[in-house]
Design a protein around this ligand. Structure first.
Ligand code: SAH
Ligand code: SF4
Length: 404
């Protein structure tokens, strides 16, 4: 903005004024920016428009969650989700149209990658949602109920931003960092670093860069306690295996806004949710200060996967808790409008690739016989160690059936 304003031969403080008008006050009509000189306003009217992405769909869930489908052109769309809670209002925003990482259980990943969003398209999601909700009487009523100190005075509706929508934020690094800096900027949204979270599937070099450039809260999508299974679930693991990923996490910790990181773990029935895998996870994360957030898998039609039962999730969580770890189970929000984690797919996108990959539920039923063929005797391990090997082998076999 400073460079743009300088290019118009205006003083640098004009950039600050513009930032405040646009981002703090949500004003898009240049004529309403009353403290700008008339001549400057005329120049701007001639050259610029303050816009966010066109809204294709605006959906309200029964639990207050709200989802917008936003047009990013060329038949692509991204989604943003607002999640009201008692003590906060969280906006989940997208960083890419589609995603190249192609995680097994993620609807966005299954649709393929279209393009990176620009910094404007990323921050535009916050600009749009914040200022729209500020004028929404229901959202405003909620602000008054929020006990967060200081927050109510700012009049903000969105207190937290999570980069957990569509796309892998660290594969659109420069644009994401520009947008993050605006979220933190006092002249824009003034969010604290603790209240802005980047979620990544584990782009190791970019985790190190983020620590230097804009160390916001970090959530790492783990989903498996060993490389064999994680290779299958999160293909990026083939490039950055767990040892490297966890080392990057440890390097990030001193820069993190809190003294722990979050690991996300999507609970997939029969794939990554056994007691043995929970114990393996405890061992894997023994030396890193962290919280594990268990996400009940949100099914989508082509996934062929199932959500772990509530009892299984509870048992899994109990093992982590008994081992002294911090573990939480993510509440599923916006279920009735497919706004939950991993369900964001941009409905208007050409879904040909998704359909090509669609696998009928019947074809992926676990074949108990094939499973039984895994011969534990082949493994030169004592009994205690045999089971984890067997378990992870079993999960991988199960996933291979999906490929067939
Ligand atoms: N690309 C980033 C951020 C977007 S996904 C990442 O992968 O971290 C945000 C979170 O939702 C990730 O932890 C992701 O693994 C999880 N997720 C994806 N699909 C899901 C699904 N179908 N059900 C539950 N969680 C899912
Ligand atoms: Fe991409 Fe994240 Fe989905 Fe994996 S979970 S495909 S990284 S958006």
């Amino acid at each position: 903005m400073a460079a743009y304003v300088a290019g118009l031969n205006e003083k640098p403080f004009r950039a600050k004024q513009l930032m405040q008008w646009i981002h703090q006050r949500g004003v898009s009509n240049i004529n309403d920016m009353s403290d700008l000189a008339k001549s400057f306003r005329a120049t701007l009217l001639d050259k610029v428009e303050v816009l966010s992405l066109p809204v294709i769909k605006d959906e309200h869930a029964t639990d207050g969650t709200r989802k917008w489908l936003l047009d990013v052109g060329a038949g692509n769309a991204v989604e943003s989700v607002f999640i009201p809670e008692d003590d906060r209002g969280t906006l989940c925003i997208s960083s890419q149209a589609g995603c190249a990482v192609n995680c097994r259980f993620c609807s966005t990943g299954r649709q393929g990658f279209s393009r990176n969003l620009t910094a404007g398209e990323i921050i535009g999601q916050l600009w749009f949602a914040e200022h729209l909700l500020r004028n929404d009487p229901n959202a405003i009523r909620r602000i008054e109920e929020y006990p967060t100190p200081g927050w109510e005075h700012t009049g903000r509706v969105i207190s937290n931003v999570v980069m957990m929508g569509m796309g892998e934020p660290l594969l659109n690094y420069d644009n994401v960092v520009t947008a993050l800096r605006l979220m933190l900027d006092d002249k824009a949204y003034g969010l604290s670093r603790r209240r802005v979270t980047v979620s990544t599937s584990g782009v190791v070099p970019m985790i190190d860069r983020l620590a230097q450039d804009c160390p916001v809260a970090l959530a790492v999508s783990l989903h498996a306690p060993n490389d064999q299974l994680r290779d299958q679930l999160v293909p990026l693991n083939l490039k950055y295996p767990l040892r490297e990923l966890l080392a990057a996490c440890e390097r990030y910790l001193p820069f993190a806004p809190r003294d722990f990181l979050t690991f996300e773990y999507c609970m997939l029935d029969g794939v990554n949710d056994s007691d043995i895998q929970a114990k393996e996870l405890v061992r894997l994360l023994a030396n890193i200060k962290c919280k594990v957030n268990l996400i009940p898998f949100n099914p989508f039609p082509e996934s062929g996967l199932k959500r772990s039962s509530a009892q299984r999730i509870h048992a899994f969580a109990s093992i982590l808790l008994d081992a002294g770890m911090v573990a939480t189970v993510r509440k599923t929000r916006g279920d009735d409008i497919a706004a939950a984690c991993g369900q964001l797919a941009g409905d208007v996108v050409d879904r040909t690739r998704v359909r090509e990959r669609a696998i009928h539920e019947n074809q992926i039923k676990l074949d108990e016989e094939a499973d039984a063929k895994v011969d534990a005797d082949d493994l030169d391990l004592d009994e205690e160690e045999q089971e984890p090997e067997y378990q992870s082998e079993r999960s991988v076999q199960w996933l291979k059936k999906l490929d067939d």
